[in-house]
Design a binder for this molecule. Structure first.
Ligand SMILES: [Zn+2]
Length: 318
């Protein structure tokens, strides 16, 4: 029985981190349904099974320039971003452990040098975004900046609140500098601002920066995540204060309207559709200030639904 529960929890954990199924171009991104993500007759008890479940996570993707000095160096299913500057580069997220070497190859393919990566950032301490950081740090020698809320999970290599599920462990990686809400990271004329958008993880960190394209400035948001995934909201929360944290995130993001919305699961922001438009000649294919508001509204609606469901399952309304 225990094993069944563990497997079910794992499916939800992983599926919650994954991309939603193909949203239509003008609709808010679909909210994922973890239970539907499990094909019949499979088990999810090993890291290999997770990779089998989400084959795009390890499917190589051609790297490309997104806008301004932001480059995509992730796989088909996991977003990793390189911000280049004259004084060195910033790499955001590590993907799974296997994505690290893929990202390094992508950086080289773009004509950049991994040795020029001076700072590593992370959106959140889940294995599909932090798993490659230890390897990236080893190769580049760059320090990792991350939030206090996610520090223990990054340094311990566990999934906060699900420490017993070793299938979703990540290689431990030391946080060299703790980033606070509103803190900026500057390098070579580019400044990124950290906003702690907690809930999905305790220290979920979203990053704002301004880039220039064709002589005009554009505000870019790389959003952490606001999916409930397998997070326990009630009665035994994934971590203390998680419900308040999600609500705080929805409150502070309700007026956010970035020109460009990027995500660590590319489907969340419609990245590949925008990339197709870019390849067809649209230089500003990633500019769409309606994308993030639609996404975050869908996330908030899903959060309230999941919370009600979990509270009902727990047999109470509180
Ligand atoms: Zn996650």
């Amino acid at each position: 029985m225990k094993k069944v529960l563990a497997c079910a929890a794992l499916v939800a954990l992983v599926a919650g981190c994954a991309a939603p199924a193909k949203p239509s171009p003008n609709a808010p991104p679909a909210v994922q349904a973890p239970a539907e993500a499990q094909p019949e007759g499979r088990t999810w008890s090993t890291p290999d099974a997770i990779r089998e479940m989400f084959p795009t996570w390890l499917e190589p993707a051609e790297p490309f320039r997104v806008i301004g000095n932001i480059y995509y160096v992730g796989s088909k299913g996991l977003g990793l971003y390189l911000v280049t500057t004259p004084d060195g580069d910033i790499l955001i997220d590590g993907g799974l452990p296997e994505n690290a070497d893929m990202a390094l190859a992508s950086i080289r393919k773009l004509g950049f040098d991994p040795a020029d990566v001076k700072i590593l950032l992370n959106t959140h301490a889940h294995f599909d975004h932090s798993g490659g950081l230890a390897r990236l740090k080893q190769v580049t020698g760059a320090p990792l900046y991350a939030s206090e809320g996610d520090r223990s999970a990054l340094e311990g290599g566990f999934y906060l609140g699900s420490e017993d599920l070793h299938e979703v462990d990540a290689p431990p990686v030391k946080v060299d500098h703790v980033i606070a809400d509103g803190e900026t990271v500057s390098l070579g004329g580019t400044t990124l601002t950290a906003r702690i958008t907690p809930g999905h993880t305790r220290g979920c960190t979203s990053w704002w920066l301004t880039v220039e394209e064709a002589g005009k400035p554009y505000d870019v948001l790389l959003f952490c995540s606001a999916t409930v995934a397998a997070n326990r909201l009630a009665p035994d929360p994934q971590y203390d204060g998680i419900v308040d944290d999600y609500r705080h995130t929805f409150e502070i993001t309700k007026d956010w309207k970035p020109d460009v919305f990027l995500a660590n699961h590319p489907e969340f922001s419609g990245l590949w559709k925008a990339r197709a438009r870019q390849e067809a000649g649209d230089l500003l294919a990633f500019v769409d200030d309606t994308a993030f508001p639609a996404y975050i509204q869908a996330m908030q609606a899903d959060f309230e639904k999941q919370l009600a469901k979990q509270q009902a399952a727990a047999g109470g309304t509180d």
